[in-house]
Design a protein. Sequence first.
Length: 85
Amino acid sequence: MSQASFKKRLKVLMLRPENQVCSDCPERQPRWASLIKPPPGAPPGSLPMGAFACLECSGSHRRLGVHIAFVRSVNLDQWKETEVA
């Protein structure tokens, strides 16, 4: 898949009503995505959870560390297929 395909998929996800607001605060139209990894001891096959966040809350997710949450800009960053699936 191409970056254009990934961006299109993200746009579709962002249009869902539950993704129109930051996952952590009432800020509208979040433009950052946090990929939250399953905790140690999670059942085999557990998948990461994605959440859309505003700029301020994305900083909180970043401070958790990349071993817990990986944050990317919806518009500015490159995406991998496993992150948008």
